[in-house]
Design a binder for this molecule. Structure first.
Ligand SMILES: Cc1cc2nc3c(=O)[nH]c(=O)nc-3n(C[C@H](O)[C@H](O)[C@H](O)COP(=O)(O)OP(=O)(O)OC[C@H]3O[C@@H](n4cnc5c(N)ncnc54)[C@H](O)[C@@H]3O)c2cc1C
Length: 450
């Protein structure tokens, strides 16, 4: 660990509750050094809250050499550094017709960050979360000891690191499963529903024949309650003719292309509404569907095309309130969304989720997840979210820690009932409490060390 004497002010993607830490870079083989209030790894900084910050401590930046990505076509796995971004890995994989089974909604997250949050994609209901496709993890624990974990070699430590929010140590590298014969193109079906409940039933229906399903629900404009459902499947490379195949597979994924300034003074103003308007143009009306062939990034990472869109919320930033609600409690999810719709909710996305992973602190559970983006200075926001937390905890749901910046410790054991089991393994890997984050201490995740 190389400690740089400089300090830096770091903030999450939502731009709320930043803190100042000593900057460190990671060099495998060097000892983890305890820096007063502890240290935490940081990847792409795409978590919305304070998970990758340690005010008064040290933040270890994990980056990677883009060339060091090794595919093993026989075992259908890829060895990557924790600092590789999903975009770097997918670019390399697509060149040979491969892809990752699970990717989050941004390609700028790193592999380390995706393991640490056990991220989910739009296909969770079919294939589960990121951690379920990790073969092995190399980690330097809080005491500086190097480990190699897998689902069979120290499985407790493996699953405590998956969704462990960086608190078991620094992930150095990992081996991931790949899926074969992907062209980099998808067929996307777009359909519309005019209420929340109908959007959910449309999503269930489309999930039977589509792997990637998500909806944008407009809670704000005059189209309030309209859901635009996007359902997509990879187009297999073998389905392409030779000329198109070689062109599409080699085309690099574009960098963010639309600048925020292009969006004008209305600022973010209603990306949801824009989505509805464009869907109306494309689909026509509620209940009908349209199909087209699109590059994967327009389905999987649509927001990456708009550079710095998170800054449109101004200096106060925004909160993304993302919760998981179990099957059978759909009414609670709809009730929470309607109550929060009295606030300025600019984006609202909905996904169905399937089986949970074995990781004690993993977020997804069988049911639904909803994410609402709200300016952090909206009057009454904090109180409204506390009430929403009560309703979520009461039905066995949970807040997503990778998005959180404001929850209190009160509901944590109810929302994450395997917390103590995770703490025991974490304490074995980091008995002195060297690893910690602002999220960790705000929620008392480490208990005695917080
Ligand atoms: C536009 C957008 C869309 C998103 N969509 C989704 C989505 O669809 N599904 C989803 O699940 N999430 C989604 N996210 C959240 C994001 O995928 C997660 O927060 C992810 O953890 C970010 O990875 P990162 O590399 O940026 O990690 P950071 O934000 O830097 O860190 C996140 C956590 O990972 C830990 N960490 C990072 N690197 C390491 C390492 N090398 N070793 C140990 N711990 C480490 C940090 O300590 C921290 O606790 C989205 C975020 C954005 C901005």
């Amino acid at each position: 660990m190389n400690i740089d004497p400089r300090t830096e002010f770091l903030v999450g993607f939502g731009g709320v509750s930043g803190s100042t830490a000593v900057s460190a870079t990671f060099e495998p083989g060097t000892d983890v050094e305890h820096r007063g209030r502890g240290m935490i790894a940081r990847g792409g900084g795409c978590s919305y809250g304070d998970a990758a910050q340690r005010g008064g401590g040290a933040v270890v930046h994990v980056t990677a050499d883009p060339s060091a990505i090794t595919l093993d076509l026989v075992s259908a796995t890829v060895k990557v550094s924790a600092g590789h971004t999903i975009r770097q890995v997918c670019q390399e994989l697509l060149k040979q017709g491969w892809f990752l089974p699970v990717v989050p909604g941004t390609s700028y997250a790193t592999v380390g960050g995706c393991i640490a949050a056990d991220v989910h994609g739009k296909n969770h209901v079919h294939v589960g979360s990121f951690g379920q496709h990790v073969v092995s993890i190399d980690l330097v624990d809080g005491s500086g000891v190097e480990h190699h974990f897998s689902a069979t070699e120290d499985p407790d430590a493996f699953w405590a690191t998956v969704a462990g929010m960086g608190l078991t140590g620094v992930i150095v590298s990992a081996t991931l499963r790949m899926i074969a014969d992907k062209s980099g193109w998808m067929t996307e079906t777009t359909a519309m529903a005019d209420s929340f409940a109908e959007t959910m039933s449309l999503m269930r229906e489309l999930a039977v024949s589509h792997h990637h399903v998500a909806a944008w629900v407009d809670l704000r404009s005059r189209h309030r309650g309209v859901g635009v459902v996007s359902a997509a499947n990879h187009i297999d490379a073998c389905a392409f003719d030779a000329s198109r195949k070689s062109h599409q597979l080699r085309s690099p994924l574009p960098c963010p292309r639309t600048s925020v300034s292009v969006l004008g003074p209305q600022r973010l103003a209603f990306l949801n509404a824009a989505k509805v308007i464009s869907a109306r143009r494309h689909v026509g009306r509620v209940g009908t569907v349209a199909q087209k062939r699109v590059p994967i990034e327009s389905v999987l990472w649509p927001l990456d095309a708009v550079a710095n869109w998170n800054r449109l919320y101004g200096r106060h930033g925004f909160i993304q309130y993302q919760v998981a609600i179990p099957d059978g409690a759909e009414d609670v999810l709809i009730g929470i969304s309607k109550r929060l719709a009295t606030l300025p909710v600019y984006l609202c996305t909905l996904k169905q989720m399937g089986q949970a992973s074995l990781a004690p602190m993993s977020f997804p559970l069988p049911g639904w997840t909803i994410a609402l983006d709200i300016p952090a200075n909206a009057p009454g926001l904090w109180d409204a979210l506390h009430c929403a937390d009560d309703a979520v905890a009461e039905v066995g749901g949970r807040v997503y820690l990778a998005k959180d910046v404001r929850m209190t410790a009160q509901h944590l054991p109810t929302m994450y009932p395997r917390l103590d089991e995770w703490r025991q393994v974490r304490n074995r890997l980091d008995p002195k409490g060297n690893m910690n984050s602002d999220l960790g201490s705000r929620l008392g995740l480490l208990d005695s060390f917080s």
